[in-house]
Design a protein around this ligand. Structure first.
Ligand code: KIV
Length: 265
């Protein structure tokens, strides 16, 4: 079996091999993805797809810890990144306390923090403590209520410059990678070429060093809405519904359990 991926191995993949990241929230699916992808992200997006909340903001550290533990237990190949939920890194003390919880109790290899210049000093503090950090700039879902929606970033020259400054600040602070979400493709390309740490894109075109998708979106289980950047690789909800419908029919028609599924004396 391949050895467990580390942040330094991920960093070496820049300019060599595209990095593949997918979200994972439980042991069952994490085990399937672990053999294939490079990084499992315990993303706070789970609050929407798995907890029926309208956004990620209400997720707390204990819920994140629960999901991180489940994923980390089975991730013997892929690197595990746990998201820092909204409101868990507002100052140095809270950031350290919550990140240490996800690493120590949750078994995560790294944490991800949304934010650029504001969080760079916190990223540095975590790295000084021996905690690997992945940045997250561009469209930051935790800002949805503040910004009044999910807004694509990098559309103006000023915004492009700000994004580049943020990426450089995160690199300087010691982040091993940075997620670029909802960034205009040409800007994502420029950022990827201007920094030495890997960029992992979502809705940011094909020129980032890697890609990430939310598993329940790409496999068609979360079908309430589909952002433009999501490619559906499976019609998951339909496949599951058809199977459960078949089971229901067979129970009602007393076709299941047939003899082969019975115990006899
Ligand atoms: O929570 C999440 O799934 C994420 C990805 C969208 C990058 O942060």
């Amino acid at each position: 079996m391949d050895k467990k991926l580390t942040t330094s191995k991920i960093m070496q993949m820049k300019n060599n091999k595209k990095i593949v990241m997918i979200t994972a929230y439980d042991a069952l699916f994490a085990k399937i993805f672990n053999d294939i992808v490079d990084i499992l992200l315990v993303g706070d997006s789970l609050n929407m797809s798995f907890n029926a909340e309208p956004d990620t903001l209400s997720l707390d550290i204990n819920a994140m810890l629960y999901h991180t533990k489940a994923v980390s237990k089975v991730a013997n190949k892929a690197l595990v990144i746990a998201d820092m939920p909204f409101g868990t890194c507002y100052d140095e003390k809270s950031t350290l306390k919550n990140a240490i919880k996800l690493i120590k109790q949750g078994g995560a290899d790294s944490v991800k923090i949304e934010g650029g210049l504001r969080v760079a000093p916190l990223v540095k503090r975590l790295c000084d403590e021996g905690i690997s950090v992945c940045g997250h700039i561009g469209l930051m879902p935790q800002q949805v209520r503040f910004e009044g929606g999910y807004k694509i970033k990098g559309k103006s020259i000023d915004d492009e410059k700000r994004l580049l400054d943020e990426a450089l600040a995160l690199q300087e602070a010691g982040a091993f990678a940075v997620v670029l979400e909802g960034v205009v493709s040409q800007v994502a390309k420029k950022i990827s070429q201007s920094i030495s740490i890997p960029t992992i894109g979502i809705g940011s075109g094909c020129d980032t060093d890697g890609q990430v998708l939310v598993w329940s979106d790409m496999l068609g289980f979360f079908d309430e809405f589909k952002p433009k950047f999501v490619k559906r690789y499976l019609d998951g909800a339909k496949i599951v519904k058809d199977a459960v419908q078949k089971y229901t029919n067979e129970v009602r028609e007393i076709k299941f359990p047939s003899e082969e599924f019975e115990y006899r004396a």
